[in-house]
Ligand binder design. Sequence first.
Ligand SMILES: Nc1nc2c(ncn2[C@@H]2O[C@H](COP(=O)(O)OP(=O)(O)OP(=O)(O)O)[C@@H](O)[C@H]2O)c(=O)[nH]1
Ligand SMILES: [Mg+2]
Length: 203
Amino acid sequence: MGGVFTRLLQTVSWKQKIGVLMTGDAESGKTTILYHWVSGTCVTTSHTVGSNMETLERGDITFTFFDVGGEQRSRPVFQKTLCTNLVKYKKKGIVFVIDSCDRQWIKEAKDLLKDLLESDVLQNVPLLVYANKQDRSDAMSVEDITEAFELDSIKGRPLLVQGCCALTGSGIEGGLAWLADPNSSQDFKGLDPKDADQGEQMC
Ligand SMILES: Nc1nc2c(ncn2[C@@H]2O[C@H](COP(=O)(O)OP(=O)(O)OP(=O)(O)O)[C@@H](O)[C@H]2O)c(=O)[nH]1
Ligand SMILES: [Mg+2]
């Protein structure tokens, strides 16, 4: 009887499930950020071919991340992630990762972001923008990126723009808490990595 009850408990999950699309330009640091969340360390990554799925349990939430390699953005794999996988989640999130040093990609990235935000599957879905690689001296500031990407003009969804450095993990953690509760009045921005004590790099 006890065994039956335990099995029943295992099959019924009260955990909230959130499906998160991770995208952005090639080599912007999506996979490094993802593994920071999943393993708590900086791992050495290689180009993501197709997409990469990881699950992370935090408290009573199960996050499922769909990390789409930057070069896949116009390919069927990208549409498949949206229409086959993400669509199944009642609660969703978008993590858009920008390489803050890559000025040449801004126009293309803006178009990609615009297309994403127009997608039916992603209407009203919270958007977390990471301005990554803030450790580099040639990085654009969060303010410059906000202006260049016209992020202030995005309406109809919760938005957080966060500077970060995926190598040290600076600025990364608050994003998860925000994805869990984007409408909270809590300040998730944390320290800008340029002002913060960067500590040892993990890689
Ligand atoms: N300096 C610096 N390098 C970083 C940072 N984050 C990631 N990188 C490096 O950038 C390179 C690409 O990182 P990935 O995480 O593989 O990038 P990605 O966006 O997943 O790339 P694709 O899968 O090709 O789309 C790696 O060499 C990382 O070590 C950062 O914050 N600062
Ligand atoms: Mg990758």
